[in-house]
Write a protein that binds this ligand. Structure first.
Ligand code: DQA
Length: 146
């Protein structure tokens, strides 16, 4: 499978940003880990990160016909980007939404995801493992086990 991993605003600062919440691993090490995980499963993963909503929309549009699945952590855009919701609805590429932290244990504004309704499902609170869990779902679904 070809995976597109999209990370939204501030996730480039993983490892430095609020490590008590998001952990000490860097964004770069997350990407390496996911690339290796994909390769170990006969697949590929391309990581994309942006702090700009329009660039994320372009990446979602560009996934059509190029990728089999999107794994996306939209960061704070999760909570208010109707444009990302619409972009996910506009393409035929299935997406799982991932949050590193358990957003339901945090401030109330983080409890609502406007983007999740356009996703196959949502994973939150499992740390960086959530990205691999999402990939595993798609890999097993492809093999007819999901
Ligand atoms: C996050 C949760 C969001 O509320 C926050 O704005 C982020 C990261 C997470 O991975 O837990 O940037 O998506």
């Amino acid at each position: 499978m070809k995976f597109l991993i999209i990370n939204g605003p501030n996730l480039n600062l993983l490892g430095r940003r609020e490590p008590g919440i998001y952990g000490e691993n860097t964004y770069e090490s997350l990407c390496r880990e996911l690339e290796i995980f994909a390769a170990d499963h006969g697949s590929s993963a391309v990581c994309f990160q942006s702090n700009h909503e329009g660039a994320i929309l372009d990446a979602i549009h560009g996934a059509q016909g190029e990728y089999d699945a999107i794994i996306m952590n939209p960061g704070a855009y999760t909570h208010y980007s109707y444009a990302i919701l619409d972009a996910l609805k506009a393409v035929d590429v299935p997406c799982i939404e991932v949050h590193i932290s358990n957003v339901h244990q945090r401030e109330e504004f983080r409890h609502k995801s406007v983007t999740a309704p356009a996703c196959v499902g949502q994973i939150c609170g499992l740390g960086l493992y959530g990205y691999r869990a999402a990939m595993t779902y798609f890999l097993e679904r492809e093999e007819g086990q999901g």
